[in-house]
Each structure stands twice: as structure tokens, then as C-alpha cells.
Design a protein around this ligand. Structure first.
Ligand code: F6P
Length: 499
């Protein structure tokens, strides 16, 4: 009975971080893990052997092992949509037929990259990648993280329907040198298709005869892309079983692979596969995504934390919090169990964050002294990404480490305004170097952690019906068919568009 496990976990003594360190001299070694150029330090969380044991029993009770096998082997675990979740197959781990299919599609993507690089389709030096959600956040984040600045292609990722996002790109880019990449799993997403139409119109207005000849589509619905007018030779399909927020490993990664080189993309997949292997093969108590999820559930259910903050102490990783927001909140922001019953636990925490050190001067006040307990995650890279005075990078890292220490230690003062309660948890993830393989492993870690959290919550992380109602209402509001929405919304519409 899972409720018994939760009762047991809730009844465990709540030991402070300083006591945990005092009572176990090996804590850092026990809760520090290395994998694929990454070091994870969970020692500044409230996990101890009792908490890990309690969650291990819960995980076993909920069949985590069988569910992990079902995920990897391509069983239909996304029950509400009746399909598998096969992002691991994209990196070569999973059901042999799906792995083979993904390999063939990757090969097709590689071949198209070679054709474009050869100049056979035009002298392109600029890429506009259009997509939204999972069709944009991953590519944009990866490009910012891994670009060196001397690449042949300039890449602009545009997602918002707001013309202010696209217009400056069109003002800057040369239509004759622009490759348009339309990324959409469904190829029905309003924002992406409107942006795509505007780019094609711009190309035509600028005197190009055959704008559609400069378009590549990345989609799981190739028939929709054909309908849109895109030639099949420039449609890179991916499997319907790869979810949008898990899709950067598929052809959705095309623009990044083109801009940064296919080898970089291959390294990314390779790093993710190493984390897949770790996740599959490692006992729970040393399994990095599992330990992370145990900590997540401990804070969400036992300590009542409603949010988790992620701070990248590296400008290059500045888009990681945005990417993680979709991954975690779209996956686990649900109020029903996988069987459709009301969920009695708190679902995904609200994930938020930013970059260090900027965030220290903006939001860290609340983290240190606010009344909310916020588990914090720090990410830092040992090798600097700049060639300025080492004082910059040293200062960055020292600030990162100092924040974790300060949150944990606190500082007593007789003046309550100057008192820091401390005992505030954090996880630190250190990358040796910011390169594709480690980043692939890091992103796969986050995916598996999200999956384990879903198993512990007994929810389906692979659907996202919550986003549909707003889309339907936008269509209703746009339709001039006499059907009215509520008075407030109609008044707003009237003020914006007139009666
Ligand atoms: O609206 C949510 C969503 O469906 C995401 O899950 C998805 O990543 C995004 O929209 C974009 O969808 P598509 O790739 O089909 O355009």
C-alpha cells in the first residue's frame, strides 16, 4: 500500500543538514555521483539512508523497475494516448525495431545536412528555425550552450506568434541565404504555421521565385508538411512515439546539427545513451535520476515545497531553466493518477530559476530568508567558456559554491532582520566541461528524473491535455460565429479589436 509508505516517510525524524553532516563523515562520498563528465552532489539535501530506504520501498512497491523496462522497451506506457514514449530509442537504447527506425531517420537527416553543406540547395548561411514548446526550447538551449561563435551558419530560433519576435530576424537576414526550418511534431500548431507563412511571404516579397524550395520540415506528421507544400525530400520525419518535450534527440535537433555540425549532435546522443544505461543498470541507491527524484518527492510531499529553483552558473546554460520548465511541468503537472483517479499528492513542483550570479542580486533574498522552503539546484562548469582574466570564472564558481554553503549553514543573529535560518537544501551539478556528450547525459538525467517522479506519483508524464483548452478557446474567440465567451473576455476583445 503506497499510503503506508508515505505515512512511514512522513513519520521519519526530520534531521537538520548540519546534524546529517556531523553524524556521517562519509556523507559527501555517499551522496556524490559521477557520470559522463558530470558530478552530482546531493549531500546538501535531507536525504539519508532512512529516507532513501523508505523511497526505495515505495519505488519497488510502485514497480519502478518494471515501469523503467516498459519505458525503454517501447511498451505503450502513455496509456491515455495509447502509445509508447520512445525518446531513448533516438539515442540507440530500446526496442530494436524502434532503434533501427530512429537510426535510419538520423541517417536521412545526416544526408540532408551534407547536401545543404555542399551548397546544392543554395548558398545558405542563415537558418530560421520555427517551432514552439518542445520544438523550440531544446534546439535554442542547445545552440546557446554549445555554439563557439565561428560557425558557418547563423541560427535564429523563433517561437512566439508575436510578430516582434520574427520581425527583427527578417530585418537582419538575407532571404536568398536563408534556410527556413519548420519544426512541429503535429504540423498544426498555430504559432509555428503563421510564422512559417510570414517567412515564406517575406521571401516572395523580397523577389525569390521558389521560397518553398528553401524549406525543411521536421515533423511526425509528414503528410501535413506535404499538404503545406514542402517537398518530401526536405521533410525529416520522426516517430509519433517521441513526445514534443522529449524530441530534441530526433530530427527536431536538425537545425542544431546543421549549425554546430553533425558530430556534435552525435556526441549529444552518445552522452544521453550513457545516462540511459546508468539509469537502467544502477541500483536505486546509486542511481542518479532516482536519487534526484527521491529528493524531489521528499521535499514536495514531506516538506510541502511547491517550487524548485534551478540556477545555471554559466551564461551558456541560461536557457536550461526554460527547457526544464516544460520538461517537468508539462510532464508532471497533473491532478489525476494514471488510472484517472484524483491525485492525493502534490504534482510537479513549479520549476523556476535563472542564471548566477545575476539571480543572487534579485531573488536569493527569498531563498535565504523567505518563509518558503525552496530546494535549489546549482549547475556550474569547471572549464571556463571565456578567455578573460580567470578572476571572472573563479568568481563565478566561488559564488555558486558559497550560495549552497550559506543556504545550508545559515547564520544566527540576535537581530532577527539579520538572522539566516539555514538548513535550506541544494543540489550541485558540476560539469567538467560544457560539451555535447556531458550535456546529452545531463538532459537524459532530467528526463529520467521526471519519469521516476511520475512513477512515484503514479501519473502519466507523457500526455499534456492541459494545454488544449486554451487553444480551443483561442479558436472560439477568433471565430466570428456569434458564440460568445464570458463577459470579461468579450470586453477585453472589444477593447482590443473594437465592437
Ligand atoms: O501546446 C503544447 C505542445 O503540444 C507541446 O507539447 C509541444 O512541444 C508544442 O506544443 C509544440 O507542438 P508541435 O511540435 O506539434 O508544434
Amino acid at each position: 500500500m503506497t499510503s503506508d509508505h508515505w505515512r512511514k516517510t512522513n513519520a521519519l525524524p526530520q534531521v537538520s543538514l548540519s546534524e546529517l553532516f556531523e553524524s556521517d563523515g562519509n556523507r559527501v562520498a555517499k551522496l556524490g555521483f559521477e557520470e559522463t563528465g558530470l558530478y552530482f552532489d546531493f549531500s546538501k539535501t535531507h536525504l539519508n539512508s532512512d529516507v532513501v530506504q523508505a523511497f526505495t520501498e515505495l519505488a519497488d512497491d510502485l514497480g519502478l523497475s518494471a515501469k523503467t523496462n516498459a519505458l525503454i522497451s517501447g511498451e505503450s506506457i502513455n496509456v491515455s494516448e495509447g502509445r509508447a514514449a520512445e525518446h531513448c530509442a533516438e539515442r540507440g537504447v530500446g526496442n530494436p525495431a524502434s532503434v533501427e527506425n530512429a537510426r535510419a531517420l538520423h541517417q536521412r537527416m545526416k544526408s540532408l545536412i551534407e547536401v545543404i553543406d555542399s551548397g546544392a540547395l543554395g548558398e545558405f548561411t542563415q537558418i530560421i528555425h520555427l517551432g514552439i514548446g518542445g520544438s523550440a526550447l531544446g534546439p535554442k538551449m542547445l545552440h546557446q550552450a554549445l555554439k563557439l561563435g565561428d560557425e558557418k551558419y547563423e541560427l535564429a530560433v523563433v517561437s512566439n506568434i508575436d510578430g516582434s519576435a520574427l520581425e527583427p530576424v527578417l530585418e537582419r537576414f538575407d532571404p536568398a541565404k536563408t534556410l527556413l526550418v519548420i519544426a512541429s511534431k503535429t504540423f498544426t500548431t498555430a504559432e509555428t504555421l503563421l510564422n512559417a507563412q510570414s517567412v515564406v511571404d517575406w521571401m516572395r516579397e523580397q523577389g525569390l521565385d521558389d521560397p518553398l524550395g528553401q524549406v525543411v520540415a521536421l515533423t511526425a506528421s509528414p503528410e501535413q508538411a506535404v499538404k503545406w507544400g514542402i517537398d518530401e525530400t526536405r521533410i525529416l520525419p520522426f516517430s509519433e512515439t517521441v513526445g514534443g518535450r522529449y524530441s530534441l534527440w530526433s530530427s527536431i535537433g536538425f537545425s542544431v546539427a546543421l549549425a554546430l555540425g553533425h558530430d556534435v549532435f552525435a556526441d549529444l546522443l552518445d552522452g544521453a545513451a550513457a545516462m540511459d544505461q546508468h539509469f537502467q543498470d544502477t541500483p536505486w541507491e546509486n542511481n542518479i535520476p532516482v536519487i534526484a527524484a527521491f529528493a524531489d518527492q521528499y521535499y514536495a510531499q514531506v516538506r510541502g515545497c511547491q517550487t524548485r529553483a534551478v540556477f545555471a552558473y554559466d551564461e551558456r546554460l541560461g536557457l536550461l531553466p526554460d527547457y526544464l520548465q516544460q520538461l517537468e511541468m508539462e510532464s508532471n503537472g497533473k491532478s489525476v493518477t494514471i488510472e484517472g483517479e484524483p491525485l492525493s499528492l502534490h504534482s510537479s513542483p513549479i520549476v523556476w530559476g535563472g542564471v548566477g550570479t545575476d539571480a543572487q542580486h534579485a531573488v536569493f533574498q527569498l531563498l535565504h530568508q523567505g518563509s518558503h522552503l525552496v530546494p535549489v539546484e546549482f549547475l556550474a562548469v569547471v572549464e571556463p567558456g571565456d578567455s578573460l582574466d580567470p578572476a571572472h570564472h573563479n568568481g563565478l564558481l566561488l559564488n555558486c559554491f558559497a550560495q549552497g554553503a550559506a543556504l545550508m549553514a545559515g547564520k544566527n543573529s540576535d537581530d532577527s532582520h539579520r538572522n539566516y535560518p539555514g538548513d535550506r537544501p541544494s543540489v550541485t551539478i558540476l560539469m567538467e566541461e560544457l560539451e555535447a556528450r556531458s550535456l546529452g547525459a545531463l538532459l537524459a538525467f532530467y528526463e529520467h528524473r521526471t519519469f521516476v517522479n511520475a512513477v512515484l506519483l503514479n501519473i502519466n508524464p507523457f500526455d499534456q491535455f492541459g494545454v488544449e483548452l486554451g487553444k480551443q478557446m483561442a479558436n472560439k474567440l477568433a471565430a466570428d460565429d456569434g458564440n460568445r465567451l464570458d463577459e470579461s473576455t468579450e470586453e477585453l476583445k472589444k477593447r482590443a479589436f473594437g465592437p
